[in-house]
Design a protein around this ligand. Sequence first.
Ligand code: BEZ
Length: 212
Amino acid sequence: MATLRLGDIAPDFTQDSTEGRIEFHKWLGNSWGVLFSHPKDFTPVCTTELGATAKLKGEFDKRNVKVLAISVDPVESHKGWVGDIEETQGAALNFPLIADPEKKVADLYDMIHPNANDTLTVRSVFVIGPDKKVKLIITYPASTGRNIDEILRVIDSLQLTANYSVATPVNWNDGDDVIIASSVSDDDAKAKFPQGWDAPKPYLRIVPQPNK
Ligand code: BEZ
């Protein structure tokens, strides 16, 4: 299996899920997507992550992002677990959890890191653009729950780049100033940002966030 890198086409697959059979690319349609792996059903950290993501589903919807979770356990096991997620986290699962008992998707996306654990996946996150290309890969160990707000923050940054040719600086949050992408010449920037920009250095061109 070749290493999956940013800019690669996200591998397609067909798997059963808590919401029936999913053909990944077809299911994504023209949306953005988040695919995130969970090491095992009925485990504590995963339970909290799935509940927190379910609570933020409206935020993903607003950004035209479809969320898909994966655990290597079978669908029957997933269906038993979802009741626990609702009971303990106060939110019912509102996106599909795919089953991957043969570890096909886990292999395609390199989610099993044998020197960490040779059967369970790590906590991988893939953000996929409407062009089906991988835009973000982050990897956490099984013992650290992810920050779902951070995933939304990166999606906001990716979408600003896609729509307005801007990059986001360190610790950027929605509403903060952004940076004109280096790929945009000053001449093109004049057309895109007619109000001008602050440039403490010629390569550091700062503008207010365009969609605010
Ligand atoms: C958890 O979700 O709590 C977990 C799963 C696998 C290994 C360690 C923690």
